[in-house]
Design a protein around this ligand. Structure first.
Ligand code: SIN
Ligand code: MN
Length: 290
């Protein structure tokens, strides 16, 4: 999928692009049917909401699930990022966020690159998120919120929040968020929330400030996030387990555009369980040059 000049300009200006209904209901169905069984697994890669069985985020499904392994190599998700970064990519992080009906908790205001820099020593912001909606997203089920143009600020001071939710995150303080929102238009577009049917895709810059509220509605808001990093920009520290921050910097080779609807043999290294090495962490710099 090739971006137009006007999409490239819009991305540079706003820090995100929204593609409503980019995937068909049939393609989305092939992913949705796999989610309940993945969420049921008692594994470290399923992070549940505080005090609840509801899954907040499932990590690394592309390593053990065929439909998500195909999605991780999908040209509609990977090629626009390759085009914007001008380089081959590897998978830094892969998650299926639940934001389940009534139970899905907030994601505080943050920049993803803040976490990737502070925790993983990713050298620069040459990485990006691509999100795909597996459910319809509306104003009530905790849509993502962006501050357009905030990616141009680079890395903003953040604090490591270990208590607000079940998942630690480097978060911005309220003053910083207020200032950014005022500068980007305040009540006239200072915060935007792309909403739309299942199958819609959002691509966003790793420094774009974003958040989401809790889901008090009776509708799940399951979304998949591919965090794609330029191969030359691979992480230097393995402080977090491998199922959260991947250590295989092999470039992604895309499958054909219709791969979700066809059978493909793909490599699923963790299909018989995660190796012990995926849980091992260390604070040392990764020395080898790839
Ligand atoms: C994220 O920021 O990584 C996830 C936010 C969300 O799913 O609402
Ligand atoms: Mn994020």
């Amino acid at each position: 999928m090739k971006l137009t000049q006007s999409q490239i300009h819009q991305f540079e200006k706003d820090g995100y692009l929204f593609f409503p209904s980019l995937f068909t209901p049939q393609e989305i169905q092939s992913l949705n049917i796999a989610v309940p069984e993945l969420y049921d697994r008692e594994e470290a890669y399923n992070i549940r909401e505080r005090g609840s069985r509801a899954v907040r985020t499932n990590f690394a499904a592309h390593m053990y699930s065929t439909p998500f392994g195909k999605l991780a190599r999908h040209p509609r998700m990977v090629q626009p990022v390759e085009e914007l970064l001008g380089e081959k990519l590897y998978m830094h992080q892969f998650k299926i966020n639940g934001k389940m009906a009534f139970e899905g908790d907030v994601w505080q205001w943050h920049q993803d690159f803040g976490t990737w820099l502070n925790d993983d020593q990713m050298p620069t912001e040459r990485a990006m998120n691509v999100a795909i909606f597996l459910d319809d997203v509306n104003a009530f089920n905790g849509p993502l919120m962006f501050i357009p143009g905030s990616h141009k600020k680079g890395v903003i001071n953040a604090k490591h929040d270990l208590t607000t939710t079940s998942y630690p995150l480097w978060t911005l303080d309220n003053d910083a968020v207020s200032q950014l929102v005022t500068r980007s238009g305040n009540k006239n577009g200072g915060i935007v929330s792309p909403t739309g049917p299942a199958g819609s895709m959002i691509l966003f810059h790793s420094c774009l400030v974003h958040a989401s509220g809790s889901n008090l509605s009776p509708w799940n808001r399951v979304s998949v996030y591919l965090s794609l990093c330029a191969v030359s920009n691979h992480i230097r520290r393995f402080k977090r387990p491998e199922y959260i921050a991947h250590r295989d910097f092999t470039p992604i080779i895309c499958l054909p555009d219709d791969c979700l609807l066809k059978d493909f043999e793909i490599d699923l290294p963790w299909k018989n369980g995660m190796p012990q090495s995926a849980l091992v962490t260390n604070d040392l710099e990764h020395k080898s040059i790839t």
